[in-house]
Design a protein around this ligand. Sequence first.
Ligand SMILES: [Zn+2]
Length: 113
Amino acid sequence: MMLTVDQLIDLEILAQEELSRLTEEELHAIEDVAPISPDKAIGRLSRLDSMQIQEIAKDAQRRREKRIHDLKRALERMDAGTYGICERCSSWIEFERLEASPESKLCGSCRRG
Ligand SMILES: [Zn+2]
C-alpha cells in the first residue's frame, strides 16, 4: 500500500535519527580500530585477543558504514519521491518493514525470495 505523507515524515525522521546516531558512533569508534603497537600495554589481554577484538570492531565498522551509506541513499530517494518502492518488483514496501529499517530497498516477498 502506498505510504501516506505522515508515514513518510515518520520514516524520514527515523532515517535521520539513525543516520546521526551511526555517524556519532563512527566518530568514537575510529580509535578502537587503530593499529595496536606490539609494545603497547594491553593489561590482561594477550595481543592475539586484542587482534580478535579489533577484527570484531572492524567488522562492526564495515556494517555501520554500509548502513550509513544505505540510509543516505534512502534520504535521497525521499527527496526524489521514489522512496518506499521495491527495487525488484516496483510494489510498495510494507510500512512496518520500513519502520524497522528505513533503508529497506526490497519488499518483504522479494527479500524472502
Ligand atoms: Zn518486491
